[in-house]
Design a protein around this ligand. Structure first.
Ligand code: DGL
Length: 273
């Protein structure tokens, strides 16, 4: 399939290691309400944050094929870890436009920083890959980038501990070193972290700007669709379809939290073995 044969009413495909990528869906829905959307959350194999690059590439290619089979016009990798490890492989595997979360977040941070000192937080996989650092240096070689893995933030969000004293303590523990590096901009480089925005804001110097990759991704989706004349001008029916690889007992509750609306029309995908 070539980009020229795509049509505006085809859905946008979005995938993540689990349910956290719904933070990106929420932003796409807000900015592009006419778009149809298909989401795949790999709830059967989450977390990706501590898995190897080759495993994440395999998973990402498999999910991209699934989204292609559903007729999407564009693929969004909503997962920071999957973007960090598999964006190039996914782009090579498909003729569809592919948007990851790292470049849009890096671009927003490079535009915002005045001190040229940027912090990035993410999973161990994202931080070790140095994907944000590379993307930021491509935009501006004189930026100083300080990465910090913050793996405990994911379970804290999933527990809904947004105002718990333990969360404040852990935020301080992870973020004080970044503050000491005198950053003025901090990239929230993980699907879950936007939900900790208020808590992080409370603990950090007020002069530090937080960058939510999800918001930036939605803007990139609009730009890429416009470039290919694929923006859907009007919506005939409400069409958001959600697929997961495991219907675990918390998916509805978590989905509602990340999406900010009910999350119950979900289909289980069983991969052929
Ligand atoms: N979705 C992942 C990310 O944005 C976080 C959860 C996981 O480790 O799979 O990096």
């Amino acid at each position: 399939m070539t980009v020229a044969s795509l049509t505006p009413d085809q859905p946008i495909g979005v995938f993540d290691s689990g349910i956290g990528g719904l933070t990106v869906v929420k932003e796409i829905k807000r900015l592009l309400p006419n778009e149809n959307l298909i989401y795949f959350g790999d709830t059967g194999r989450v977390p990706y944050g501590n898995k190897s690059k080759s495993t994440i590439i395999d998973y990402s290619l498999q999910i991209t094929r699934f989204l292609e089979s559903k007729g999407v016009k564009l693929v969004v990798i909503a997962c920071n870890t999957a973007t960090a490890h598999a964006l190039d492989a996914v782009r090579k595997s498909t003729s569809l436009p592919v948007i990851g979360v790292v470049d849009p977040g890096a671009r927003a941070a490079a535009e915002k920083t005045k001190s040229k000192r940027v912090g990035v937080i993410g999973t161990v996989g994202t931080i070790n890959s140095k994907a944000y650092e590379k993307a930021l240096h491509k935009l501006s070689a004189d930026l100083e980038v300080f990465g910090q893995a913050a793996p405990l933030f994911v379970p804290l969000v999933e527990e809904g501990w947004f105002t718990h004293p333990a969360t404040s303590l852990i935020i301080r523990e992870y973020l004080k070193p970044l503050e000491n590096h005198r950053i003025d901009t901090l990239v929230l480089g993980c699907t879950h972290y936007p939900l900790l925005k208020t808590a992080i804001d409370r603990e950090l110097f007020s002069s530090i700007t937080l960058i939510d990759s999800g918001e930036e991704v939605a803007k990139d989706v609009r730009t890429v669709l416009a470039k290919h004349h694929l923006l859907n001008p009007a919506k005939r029916t409400e069409s958001y379809r959600y697929f997961v690889s495991d219907l675990n007992f918390r998916f509805k509750e978590l989905g509602r939290m990340f999406l900010d609306e009910p999350f119950d029309q979900v289909t289980l995908v069983e991969w052929p073995s």
